[in-house]
Design a protein. Sequence first.
Length: 134
Amino acid sequence: MIDPQNVPPVDDEELLARFIVNSDHVRKDGTVRPQLFVPYKWVDLSVNRHRDAAIEETWSVGSQVAVKRGKTLLGRADILAGACRISPLCVGPSPFPDNSNHAEISGFPPAKPDQMSLASKLAAAIEGPWTASP
């Protein structure tokens, strides 16, 4: 994990994980539905940086996210941070006390149709198919 005392900015080349806890957010062909990238209740979208994290640590964070939401972790979709920087969106670190790799995609407009338009672009930009949890 990233050193919590020295959290760097998010580079364009960094992979970010968006954890999947709703089965209706994914398709069997490995693609994800735009709803996966619609901010949950707010106008910022939580993601987790892969930077300096073992894959086991990434999955552990995903499991914690699922537990906090009262759901089951189904998998994750990975996306490059640079692909998330589409106007008006930006990506920045937003560490939690128990997760220094937490980041947020911010700048979503408040209107759901506008959020869906951006979410469609993000869903189309994931790196390969989504990955089922181990």
